[in-house]
Design a protein around this ligand. Structure first.
Ligand code: OAD
Length: 250
């Protein structure tokens, strides 16, 4: 099947579907200038996740971990949604896509206009004091000197899920309810290696949904869970799907 044929099939499935959703990962924000975690130029090439991405590492060495967080915030706070975020938002606006479950913490889906976004790994928008639990918004924080401190003297931690921390309960529940309910799942820009997020396509498939995967390279889902794998940049493929869908539906 050529990419064109695959896109035509996906558009047909979109038209037929009653409840389509998407699962997104770091790959979709690469075209907004935010590095992914795995693969060439991935963040975990530069920073060992056992030293920078676990909750134990944060508690043990918050100054060191905040060095990486500061670098990431400097990139993400300037980043803008790209054609993938925009196409997914438009599919929702058209009534076709019912929700996006994202592993990303960069808020670019919301910036693009998506309304129903489940942030499976939390958000970088807010921070919590590890001592008193006070909440802050990122705009209130001066990132020149890190780590940032709460008024009470405690260190602030972004509300993103570190390894060893639970998935926010409301996001976990909603994501798995949606996976069981959907009849079409678009899996875009995730290596599908981190659980429980990587179970979402499996649950959707088991519940009878069609699974479409868009990625630069095959993943553990390819040829096992995915009904169609489209190899390429999400920022090129998603707008093609949207355009073909709109042409056929308008
Ligand atoms: P990864 O960095 O593991 O995977 C990104 C995927 O996107 C890879 O499979 C790439 O091939 C693909 N990719 C890169 N650029 C792309 C593009 N332009 N178009 C399409 N695909 C592209 O990111 P995630 O799967 O999101 O969790 O990682 C999952 C979790 O691991 C993250 O949420 C984070 C991380 O550790 C925590 O920190 C808890």
């Amino acid at each position: 099947m050529t990419v064109k044929d695959k896109i035509e099939t996906v558009v047909l499935w979109l038209k037929e579907s009653q409840f389509a959703i998407a699962l997104t990962g770091a790959g979709i924000s690469v075209e907004s200038g935010i590095p992914a975690f795995r693969g060439a130029q991935g963040l975990w090439d530069k920073y060992d996740p056992s030293e920078y991405a676990t909750i134990d590492a944060f508690m043990r060495a918050p100054y060191k971990v905040w060095g990486m967080l500061k670098e990431l915030y400097e990139i993400t706070l300037k980043a803008e949604p790209n054609p993938t975020h925009k196409a997914l938002a438009e599919l929702e606006r058209l009534g076709k896509l019912k929700a996006v479950i994202t592993q990303n913490v960069d808020s670019l889906h919301q910036k693009a206009g998506s309304k129903k976004v489940i942030e499976f790994h939390g958000t970088g928008e807010t921070l919590t004091c590890i001592l008193c639990g006070a909440k802050y918004r990122i705009e209130e924080i001066n990132l020149e000197k890190v780590p940032p401190f709460c008024e009470c003297g405690g260190i602030l931690k972004p509300d993103v899920v570190f390894f060893g921390e639970p998935i926010p309960l409301h996001a976990l529940r909603e994501a798995f309810e949606l996976s069981e309910r959907c009849d079409l799942l678009l899996v875009v820009g995730t290596s599908a290696q981190v659980y429980p997020a990587a179970d979402i396509p499996r649950v959707a498939k088991r519940s009878g949904a069609k699974v479409v995967e868009i990625n630069l390279e095959p993943t553990p889902l390819t040829n096992t869970i995915s009904d169609i794998f489209i190899e390429g940049k999400a920022g090129e493929i998603l707008p093609l799907i949207l355009k073909a869908y709109k042409t056929q539906c308008e």
